[in-house]
Design a protein around this ligand. Structure first.
Ligand SMILES: [Zn+2]
Length: 476
């Protein structure tokens, strides 16, 4: 029975895209809706998002930000106030043209992001240096009319948080941009066990309307990169477009310096593609909605269920624990919670009860461990820690094994023909070279990493002086 069940998902080495689709459906994360490209996030998927959101929200508040809520609609005239911004987003904007039967005098856009809404509001509430900094964050949904969609990775509507801040100086805004990138990196590495490369986007890849964009990039199991969070220094571009000015301490009028930063449900797609395997999801313990699933064996026998519920009560002191006491066969349950990526399974039957022990099975390694009931709580705590650490290390090894270096153009092209992964190469800063690399390899510049040494002085493409080391990759 076990084998048949597993057959229902495509092997990741046979067809990674199909494997992904199978997993998100069979692990009960999402269902499709009747609107193309929209997804229903089911309770198990939503619980996962709530855990990630909770961790991130704590950090957003710890760093001094306040949550607010902006409207869903943006009048067309407002969206058009910042030129680069509207050019960047126009192709993906959904418009509301009617209210009931009546045509609106001005079209309303469904927010693709809320810079302009914050811009308009900030103009009204910021007047003096005493009003700064303004550190706002919004948890919301946004809509982007994508042509090709995949659950979590690219959907018409997705959930996210967007931070929008105003500062008196460029330095303060820069500090904020870095600080929030570090928060995102912390969530990825310490909660989701996803190692990231931190760096700066090129001009071509930066956020529409930003002065510059910082990003964290991660590598999926199939060797493609995924942008996992971005933090933008907006400079005073939006401030000038919206007239957000304050009187400084010397009585002079100044434009504010702004940042914005966002983290989305897309990260769930990353988590699936970094840790999953042919048996389904593998969820890092810190993000897992259920950390330990108790499966009673021979539960019809007297005392077994009572005993299992007793274990659930005591374990709930140290872990998020659940029990499946349904009348489905234990074999079915084993497969089900492996598919759902529950980090630890606890099996307990009459013989175990007699011996005063239980069996713990690790989702990441498949290892089975016999534990005496006295030591259960501390062992579970220890194992959850171990799984968390080991998933991170495994992902880091995978990234290192799939990071290559190209010293000339031929090497770069050949690498992208034969391998998937990050390729490090020097770049002159010229858009033409970046475009040519994309055309010849379909790889894009992911970022110019912080803290990485140059590997030469010439552009891998044109041979001119090159000041930037770039991580290139095919990306989601
Ligand atoms: Zn060049």
């Amino acid at each position: 029975m076990g084998k048949e069940f597993v057959k229902e998902i495509t092997s990741m080495d046979v067809d990674f895209a199909q494997w992904y689709t199978d997993v998100v459906k069979k692990a009960d994360l999402v269902d499709y809706s009747s609107v193309r490209g929209s997804m229903i996030i089911r309770p198990y998927g939503y619980a996962l998002w709530e855990n990630i959101k909770g961790e991130l929200d704590d950090r957003i508040k710890e760093t001094g930000h306040e949550n607010v809520y902006m409207p869903l609609f943006i009048p067309e005239s407002l969206l058009q106030k910042e030129k680069d911004h509207i050019e960047g987003f126009a192709p993906e904007v959904a418009w509301v043209t009617h209210g009931g039967d009546e045509e609106l005098t001005e079209r309303l856009c469904v927010r693709p992001t809320s810079e302009v809404l914050f811009g308009e509001h900030y103009k009204n509430i910021i007047h003096s240096y005493r009003d700064l900094p303004k550190l706002y964050n919004q948890w919301s949904n946004v809509v982007r009319w994508e042509k090709t969609t995949r659950p979590f990775l690219r959907t018409l509507e997705f959930l996210w948080q967007e931070g929008h801040t105003c500062h008196a100086t460029d330095e303060e805004a820069h500090e904020e941009t870095v600080k929030m990138l570090e928060v995102y990196a912390d969530i990825c590495e310490n909660i989701l066990a996803i190692p990231v490369v931190k760096g700066k986007k090129t001009e071509k890849e930066k956020f529409a309307g930003a002065k510059f964009t910082y990003t964290i990039e991660s590598l999926m199991h199939d060797g493609k990169a995924l942008q996992s969070g971005t933090s933008h220094h907006l400079g005073d571009g939006f401030a000038k477009a919206f007239g957000i000015q304050f009187t400084d301490k010397d009585g002079k009028q100044q434009y504010v310096q702004q940042t914005s930063w966002g983290f989305t449900t897309r990260i769930i797609g990353a988590m699936i593609m970094v840790h999953g395997d042919d048996r389904g999801l593998v969820i890092p313990p810190k993000a897992a909605p259920i950390q330990v699933m108790i499966v009673p064996v021979a539960q019809h026998k007297e005392g077994v269920l009572d005993y299992a519920y007793g274990l659930k009560r005591s374990l709930s002191n140290v872990a998020r624990v659940d029990i499946d006491a349904s009348d489905k066969k234990p074999g079915w349950k084993f497969n089900e919670y492996e598919m759902k990526g529950v980090p630890l399974r606890l099996e307990v039957g009459p013989k175990d009860i007699e011996k005063g022990q239980v069996v713990l099975a690790r989702r990441d390694t498949g290892e089975k461990i016999f534990v005496s009931v006295e030591k259960l709580e501390e062992t579970v705590e220890q194992l959850l820690e171990e799984i968390q650490t080991s998933l991170y290390k495994k992902a880091l090894n995978h990234r290192e094994e799939n990071t290559y270096t190209a010293y000339n153009y031929n090497e770069l092209v050949e690498l992208f023909k034969e391998k998937t992964g990050f390729v490090k190469a020097m770049w002159c800063g010229d858009r033409a070279c970046e475009d040519k690399i994309k055309e010849d390899t379909s790889a894009t510049s992911r970022c110019m990493p912080f803290n990485e040494k140059a590997i030469g002085s010439k552009c891998v493409c044109c041979g001119e002086e090159a000041g930037h080391l770039v991580f290139w990759a095919k990306a989601y």
